[in-house]
Write a protein that binds this ligand. Structure first.
Ligand SMILES: [Zn+2]
Length: 158
């Protein structure tokens, strides 16, 4: 069965009975990334700030996607490293006042849903042009040759 629950419980942090904790999200599936091949796992470090705020540090984000190469149409599995995410999370905060690295959550239940944060970050990390490793290598060689040719031209022009 697909585990689509990206929720972490932070109520103990709001009451001050927990100060720091490390949890792991393991093999989570999201319908907003239907091309997920290996589902999403990550480590989350939760830190207490005050009765309305917690800090989250999300690291070791792992996943892979089923992609189709834009150049040769080959199917391949893509993985790009996603950099660590730092989030300041406020209970019942006005969403319009939030900045990029801030999140509002339901303070009554003390739960933070990380699905949107993670899927958006993965989507942003994906390349605009999808290329398998063979086509990617060819493009790299071409780019190298162009660079070399440009420097030869420059020498001739001098
Ligand atoms: Zn290709």
């Amino acid at each position: 069965m697909k585990d689509t629950n990206f929720t972490i419980k932070v109520s103990d942090f709001l009451t001050g009975s927990a100060l720091e904790d490390n949890i792991q999200l393991f093999d989570k599936f999201s319908t907003s990334l239907p091309q997920l091949h290996d589902w999403i796992s990550c480590d989350v470090c939760i830190k207490n700030w005050d009765e309305k705020t917690v800090f989250l540090e999300i690291s070791n984000i792992s996943y892979s996607l089923d992609n189709t190469c834009d150049v040769c149409s080959a199917k391949y599995i893509q993985h790009w490293d996603v950099s660590d995410i730092f989030l300041k999370c406020y209970a019942n905060y006005n969403k319009e006042l939030l900045r990029e690295d801030e999140l509002s959550f339901d303070g009554k239940h003390g739960k933070i849903d990380l699905e949107d944060t993670l899927t958006q970050e993965i989507t942003l990390t994906q390349e605009l042009k999808k290329m398998c490793s063979i086509c990617g290598d060819k493009k790299q060689i071409k780019t190298d040759q162009t660079l070399e040719w440009n420097s030869i031209k420059r020498i001739i022009q001098q």
